[in-house]
Design a protein around this ligand. Structure first.
Ligand code: NAP
Length: 474
């Protein structure tokens, strides 16, 4: 299978005529070739997007909404095909893609299709002398860059608010997971989204991605990916005074107090640790358990992990699929070795599965302090640490001991403590007695090195529009 870029409503080969191999994580085999795009392709996409902006930005909100709803319907109608494609391309289980990724992509289009109908702006009278009102206007061409872990989910989370609010866009999916973005382009044509409103350029970040972040006619960049790449994106976009949203890495704490419903905490912590092989930015990779419950939690948690079925992601009974690439597997395995060198104990897992593809047993590590590299650096794989704590203050200090601040999970039945600790933890999202529950209206994003800006609901619509103040003398 050879895929192409999607520019101005056409499927076109890259200017270089060069292609990149796209591997299937479960087999290690090449399943597709994707364009190795460069600045020329990005330039063509930006030109098409600028041209389309003229009429798209003047299309009524009701008409834009209608088209986005049609796209949402098409994503839903093709759910099974998209879920299988996503699973094949990313190594995630088809059950997760079917339950989470693809429904969420449809929900993103549906949510912003309707949110745009309810966006309002404010007016202020300055005593009796003047009337000020805020005009919200689309920015132009939005540059959208997304990672491989939730390919369609995160791409649609950017495309939907960008185009709902009247912008056109140039999107670059991760070169590791291009297939559902390509299928989305086909569905966008079918939905009747005008040519040039959505443009998709495939290829490497350092080449195609950077051509977007440095393009003078792309005034806004919405980026989701790692913190190191985010810093680079910021460095290239900031001198051009672009609007910038950065959703970056995490090292999320999962704090379990002894009064928690331990069974529920164990069940959900299995999910929050190993869903999508731990390759979700919101996974809780550092578990802290109050000392009196520590031994019991570790025993129940490790026992439950040993029951997880690792293997073919297309098998309905598989719990843990393949990691995204050989290089990523080596990185994750390297952290398990590091944990041993740092004095930790691998309670279970950590071994590569003896079959083709990139499979690693979920690993649980104990015996490490918060200052160890394994508890400081984002691993982004099926590896969690468990550390005991003695007091609430210590739990908060442990939770806040990294440079990240994306999300946190708390388990306790003490209502006051739950609110107190939630307020004290530096994280953009805090879940109490749950994980990954998302209302699309709430602001989403990270603190510290986990990101800048917020996405979600009207935050996204505001990001993709300029607020202009108009002052009329009365
Ligand atoms: P990544 O390496 O930072 O890449 C993200 C995207 O940026 C990819 O499309 C990548 O292209 C592109 N890119 C790379 N260098 C670039 C450059 N110089 N200029 C412009 N674009 C560039 O991240 P990843 O490995 O794909 O994803 C995993 C990371 O994403 C983890 O750190 C995870 O925590 C984070 N994440 C955060 C959130 C959140 O909401 N905060 C959500 C999901 C994931 P390539 O295809 O060449 O890599």
């Amino acid at each position: 299978m050879k895929i192409t870029n999607f520019i101005g409503g056409e499927f076109v080969a890259p200017a270089s005529s060069a292609y990149i191999d796209d591997y299937e994580p479960a087999t290690g085999k090449v399943i597709a070739e994707i364009p190795d795009s460069d600045a020329r392709d990005v330039d063509a996409a930006v030109s098409a997007a600028r041209k389309a902006f003229i009429s798209w930005s003047r299309t009524s909100a009701a008409d834009r909404s209608e088209l986005l709803l049609r796209l949402a319907d098409l994503v839903e109608q093709n759910l099974e095909e998209l879920a299988r494609l996503e699973s094949r391309d990313s190594g995630k289980t088809v059950t997760l893609a079917r339950r989470l990724d693809i429904p969420r992509a449809a929900a993103n289009f549906r949510f912003f299709a309707t949110a745009i109908l309810h966006q309002s702006t404010e007016a202020h009278t300055t005593d009796a002398g003047a009337l000020n009102y805020t005009l919200r206007q689309p920015l132009g061409v939005a540059g959208l860059i997304s990672p491989w872990n939730l390919p369609l989910y995160l791409l649609s989370w950017k495309i939907a608010p960008a185009i709902a609010s009247g912008n056109t866009c140039v999107a670059k999916p991760s070169e590791l997971t291009p297939l559902t973005a390509n299928r989305l382009a086909e569905l966008a044509v079918k939905a009747g989204i005008p040519p040039g409103v959505i443009n998709i350029v495939h290829g490497y970040g350092a080449k195609a991605g950077e051509a977007i972040t440095t393009h003078p006619h792309v005034p806004a960049i919405s980026f989701t990916g790692g913190t190191v790449t985010g810093a680079r994106v910021a460095a290239s976009a900031a001198p051009l005074f672009k609007k910038l949203s950065l959703e970056l890495g995490g090292k999320n704490p999962n704090v379990i107090f002894a009064d928690a419903d331990l069974e529920q905490a164990v069940t959900t912590s299995i999910q929050s640790s190993f869903a999508n092989q731990g390759e979700i930015c919101l996974c809780g990779s550092r578990i802290f358990v109050e000392r009196s419950a520590y031994a019991s939690f570790v025993e129940k948690f490790v026992t439950a992990i040993k029951r997880l079925r690792i293997g073919d992601p297309s098998d309905e009974s598989t719990d843990v699929g393949a990691l995204i690439s050989e290089a990523h597997l080596q990185k994750v395995a390297g952290y398990i070795d590091l944990a041993r060198r740092e004095g930790g104990t691998v309670e279970t897992g950590g071994n590569r599965i003896n079959r083709p593809g990139w499979f690693l047993e979920p690993a649980v590590i104990t015996g490490l302090g918060c200052d160890c590299r394994v508890l400081q650096e984002e691993i982004f794989g099926p590896v969690v640490t468990i550390t005991p704590f003695d007091t609430e203050d210590e739990a908060i200090a442990f939770a806040n001991s990294t440079r990240y601040g994306l999300s946190a999970t708390l388990w306790t039945r003490d209502l006051q403590r739950a609110h107190r600790v939630a307020a004290a933890i530096d994280a953009g999202t805090v879940w109490i007695n749950c994980w990954m529950l998302r209302d699309l209206r709430v602001p989403f994003g990270g603190m510290r090195e986990s990101g800048v800006g917020r996405e979600g609901g009207f935050e996204s619509l505001n990001f993709f529009t300029e607020a202009k103040n108009v002052c009329v003398k009365l």
